[in-house]
Design a binder for this molecule. Sequence first.
Ligand code: ZN
Ligand code: ZN
Length: 76
Amino acid sequence: MNNNDDHIDRFMSRENIYSVSIVDDAEPGFSYQGCECCNDSLGNNVTDCTGISNDKDNSHEYALCNECIYSILYGE
Ligand SMILES: [Zn+2]
Ligand SMILES: [Zn+2]
């Protein structure tokens, strides 16, 4: 567990998103690239999410781990 949630804010401001939604029917799966938010270069179980942006034309998919998804959706 990452105790420093500042990286969540950095990720969202860097990507210009204010939330994410899990892609329909997405299942968690192992990725050697790991979580695009944690960005710690470690493999991790991730789920595909769509970034929700103020700019609707700028939605983008991210592979995120459960901890980051939970933090983004529900805060700490
Ligand atoms: Zn994260
Ligand atoms: Zn993560």
